[in-house]
Write a protein that binds this ligand. Structure first.
Ligand SMILES: O=C(O)C1=C[C@@H](OP(=O)(O)O)[C@@H](O)[C@H](O)C1
Ligand SMILES: C=C(OP(=O)(O)O)C(=O)O
Length: 442
């Protein structure tokens, strides 16, 4: 049996962070560029595409469904769209790796196809809840089977005809919203989704940019079945979720000055900036142009004394992927930081509340995990050995923690960093973080 190779980061304390550089392309927008470009009429040219494992899983799945895609070459793709009804059955299960976004969005997209699809993923993805998409899709008339506990593998059978529904989502999830909007393109009548809190709106923006009328009234989004998409140019901005590690790192380092260029500043994604500023961070934004419907800009960050805060609940979905990094900031802040209403963190690539609490405690920080959040008492970070549990965002967050620790931080189980941030170690090292990666026999 082949030995599985793992990855460990070893980060020495006391590094600095300096420089002006872009971060890799936005993962959420990269997924959507491939999915929507594939079902559009004509060619779609994408630039800034994230060549990470998650977005590549979406790309490979689309190729398996018969779509011709050139690239990625330097972040550029040329997608020959097949139109709403041009996808073909794949001849094997679609393996979506570690990517929840791929699995949820494909569930919606494939529910309306006249062929069978099967969706699988890695051990983490096969544990994640899928009824949040399969339940409403079933109400639309889709025929989707899950494992008995509501996880993948998903088997999607051709349905005689989808009907639009009016659905109030029980949780704030852009993946569920997007899955329903995609299936809504194949449904009779109108599909209306109401969200309990604002979530990222990249699907709505990209559908509109490709010519689909999308009606947004407060928390309600509506699409009407049958509207066709017209291929075009899509510029993917840098990922604010990747920028977040540098925002936190530069805030807690004793020496830093970092400018991140071409970062996506969609207001449904900037919760991390708002939260860090409330904690006292020194973050300047130079807003640029609004590319293809997505605002971008430069962010400059310098060290600042941080203080603990109560995180306002409405900011939670706007910073949902940034909490591992925000927890590191909280560990370095004076006083307590309290997060509530964030139970969704327990069903990401890992249980991000439990895993961060375990690691921060090992680094000497007092933590009080709760079912829906955590209370973190800021203190002095010491060096130590933590585990990322195969979760990319945990690995990168603890790497930044070393900037404020009094000894080396060793992080096991970091191989998944390439899902969202290929080249993280090299970029962070160039910026001044004393990080090295080594292979382990995990
Ligand atoms: O729609 C998307 O691209 C995403 C939505 C969020 O998930 P939920 O919809 O589960 O909140 C986020 O955590 C994920 O990284 C990407
Ligand atoms: C939750 C994440 O992604 P996904 O749900 O696509 O696996 C993430 O990237 O933090």
């Amino acid at each position: 049996m082949a030995l599985k190779v793992g990855r460990r980061f070893i980060v020495e304390p006391g590094g600095a962070l300096h420089g002006e550089f872009p971060v890799p392309g936005d993962k959420s927008i990269s997924h959507r560029s491939v999915m929507l470009g594939s079902i559009a009429e004509g060619e779609t040219r994408v630039e800034g595409f994230l060549e990470g494992d998650d977005a590549m899983a979406t790309l490979s799945a689309m190729r398996a469904l018969g779509v011709e895609i050139e690239g990625p070459e330097d972040g550029r793709l040329r997608i020959q769209g097949v139109g709403l009804h041009g996808l073909q059955a794949a001849d094997a299960p679609l393996d979506l790796g570690n990517s929840g976004t791929s699995m949820r969005l494909f569930s919606g997209l494939l529910a309306g196809q006249p062929f069978v699809s099967e969706l699988v993923g890695d051990a983490s993805l096969m544990r994640r809840p899928m009824r949040r998409v399969t339940d409403p899709l079933t109400r639309m008339g889709a025929r989707i089977g899950t494992a008995p506990n509501g996880t993948a593998p998903l088997r999607i059978e051709p349905a005689p005809g989808l009907r639009g529904i009016d659905y109030a989502m029980p949780m704030a999830s852009a993946q569920v919203k997007s899955a329903l909007l995609l299936s809504g393109l194949y449904a009779e009548g109108e599909t209306c989704v109401t969200e309990p809190a604002v979530t990222r709106d990249h699907t709505e923006r990209m559908l509109a940019a490709l010519g689909v009328p999308v009606a947004v009234e407060g928390p309600r989004v509506r699409v009407t079945g049958g509207a066709s998409l017209t291929g075009g140019g899509i510029a993917v901005p840098g990922d604010i979720s990747s920028a977040a590690f540098f925002l936190v790192g530069a805030s807690i380092a004793s020496q830093a000055s970092v400018t991140l260029t071409n970062v996506g500043l969609n207001p449904t994604r900037t919760g991390v900036i708002e939260i860090l500023r409330r904690m006292g961070a020194s973050i300047d934004i130079d807003a640029g142009h609004a590319g293809t419907g997505e605002p971008v800009g430069r962010i400059t960050v310098e060290p600042a004394p941080l203080r603990g805060i109560d995180i306002p609940p409405e900011l939670v979905p706007l910073a949902i992927d940034e909490f591992p990094a925000i927890f590191v900031a909280a560990a370095c802040a004076r006083g307590e930081t309290v997060l509530r209403g964030a139970e969704e963190l327990r069903v990401k690539e890992s249980d991000r509340i439990a895993v961060m609490a375990e690691g921060l405690a090992r680094l000497g920080i007092e933590v009080h995990p709760q079912p829906d959040g955590i209370r973190i008492v800021g203190g002095r970070l010491r060096g130590g050995h933590v585990r990322a549990h195969g979760d990319h965002r945990i690995a990168m967050s603890f790497a930044m923690a070393a900037l404020a620790a009094d000894g080396p931080v060793t992080i096991d189980d970091c191989a998944e960093v390439d899902t969202s941030f290929p080249g993280f170690v090299e970029l962070a090292h160039r910026a001044g973080l004393s990080i090295r990666a080594e292979e382990t026999s995990a």
